[in-house]
Design a protein around this ligand. Structure first.
Ligand code: SAH
Length: 397
């Protein structure tokens, strides 16, 4: 069947020619017929030159997500299989080892599969579709990933907010394999054990994107560690598996803190070396300072403060406030690990925020290294939006 043609406005083809995978609704001049949500369409410049093929999202601002950038390549099972195989090969080469059995196997646009995320935790595969196009290829993708990984279970977590923008209903649950006993699956990262709530946890249950930073924390932790926005205790387990004596995890979620306790115990760490504190980190940081508590290492890994560009100024104040309070809590010679997962805050701005916090705290701060995505969250040069996680680790004097 011939695919409908979507023609772009005059002069609005530049980003597609640069292989950016999104076309916004304002760039579309005409749509042939009424393609169904997720249908494959041919993308043409205003003069009719074919630029590629895309998934059509009639109700989203992101109207087109490009599958291919040439006229010749059809969007068929062979193309999807090839993309999935390339994505898998990268993870097998760079992430999955005897010590690590969890990874993001497919990272959507970054792997040429817009809207599709697939994470592996041991023998459980968790799949998320964020767009109509991804939803349409879901069954082909799941069948192929199952065949290639031998996963014993597949869980769908297509319940993210962004689906509303696509007019998609939430869909989640175990779609293949046995139910999850006790609601938790086991994952191994750099030899550490983590229990993951793949059905109800954040994202697909775990922050796989912090793998490299957890490894760094494990390598350098000493003394007392404060793990702010701890979720299920990933950084606490890392610090305690390294050289830390004690870690305090702070989060507003009791369920997350309970799982953090379990994760500590599961790694054979004396539970007395870890405490969980339920509270708002902004208040807790101030309270700890007033009580005279001091730490050797502080992790700040808050949720996204700037969901869009218009939130940047307010978000920047939040990040600065946190860094300022964390610096005051650090012993001289202590280490700060600070992160932002707001796509709208770039590295330069995040560094400026650190500089102004250091000035205000009167604590010189020396950056020791940049932190960010591990290689299973790759960032194409043509898709800068893919880089959402930024961080640094730094020495506070
Ligand atoms: N560092 C974690 C991921 C953090 S996700 C890891 O590596 O796994 C952000 C966490 O912050 C969530 O668990 C959320 O419950 C928590 N949170 C959000 N706002 C908070 C606040 N104001 N104070 C404390 N925790 C908060």
């Amino acid at each position: 069947m011939r695919e409908p043609v979507v023609r772009l406005q005059r002069g609005r083809d530049r980003s597609t020619r640069r292989r950016h995978p999104w076309v916004f609704s304002g760039a579309v001049a005409s749509v042939e017929g009424e393609p169904a949500p997720g249908a494959t369409v041919v993308v043409a410049a205003h003069d009719g030159t074919v630029l590629g093929r895309a998934a059509y999202s009639p109700s989203s601002q992101i109207r087109l997500r490009l599958w291919t950038f040439d006229e010749a390549t059809p969007v068929d099972d062979a193309l999807l299989h090839a993309r999935l195989d390339a994505a898998l090969a990268l993870r097998k080469r760079l992430v999955l080892t005897a010590d690590t059995d969890c990874a993001r196997l497919v990272f959507a646009e970054a792997d040429g599969l817009p809207g599709l995320v697939a994470d592996l935790y041991g023998d459980t595969l968790v799949v998320q579709c964020h767009s109509a196009g991804a939803e349409r290829i879901q069954d082909v993708a799941i069948a192929h990933l199952r065949a290639r990984t031998g996963a014993a279970r597949v869980v769908l977590r297509s319940d993210a907010e962004v689906r509303k923008l696509e007019g998609l209903e939430p869909r989640s649950g175990v779609v293949f394999g046995p139910p999850i006993e006790g609601g938790l699956v086991r994952a191994r990262e750099h030899g550490m054990q983590f229990l993951v709530d793949v059905e109800r946890g954040h994202k697909t249950g775990f922050y796989l994107d912090q793998r490299d930073s957890r490894a760094r924390v494990r390598a350098v932790a000493r003394g007392r560690v404060l793990n702010c926005f701890s979720y299920t205790g990933g950084f606490a387990v890392a610090a305690l598996s390294g050289g830390a004596e004690h870690a305090l995890s702070v989060d507003t979620s009791l369920a997350a803190l309970e799982l953090a306790e379990k994760n500590v115990a599961d790694n054979g760490i004396d539970p007395a070396r870890h405490d969980g504190l339920r509270g708002d980190c902004f208040d807790v940081l101030r309270g700890l300072y007033d009580e005279g508590e001091r730490f050797d290492l502080v992790v700040l890994d808050p949720p996204k403060f700037a969901p869009a560009a218009r939130h940047v100024a307010k978000a920047a104040r939040g990040y600065k406030d946190l860094a300022l309070r964390a610096l005051k809590l650090l012993h001289p010679g202590g280490l700060l690990f600070s992160f932002s997962c707001s796509g709208a805050i770039d590295r330069a701005l995040f560094r400026q925020i650190a500089a102004s916090a250091a000035l205000e705290a009167q604590r010189p701060l020396t950056v020791l290294g940049e932190l960010g995505h591990p290689p299973d969250h790759p960032v194409p040069t043509s898709f800068a939006e893919g880089e959402y996680l930024k961080g640094y680790w730094a020495l506070a004097q």
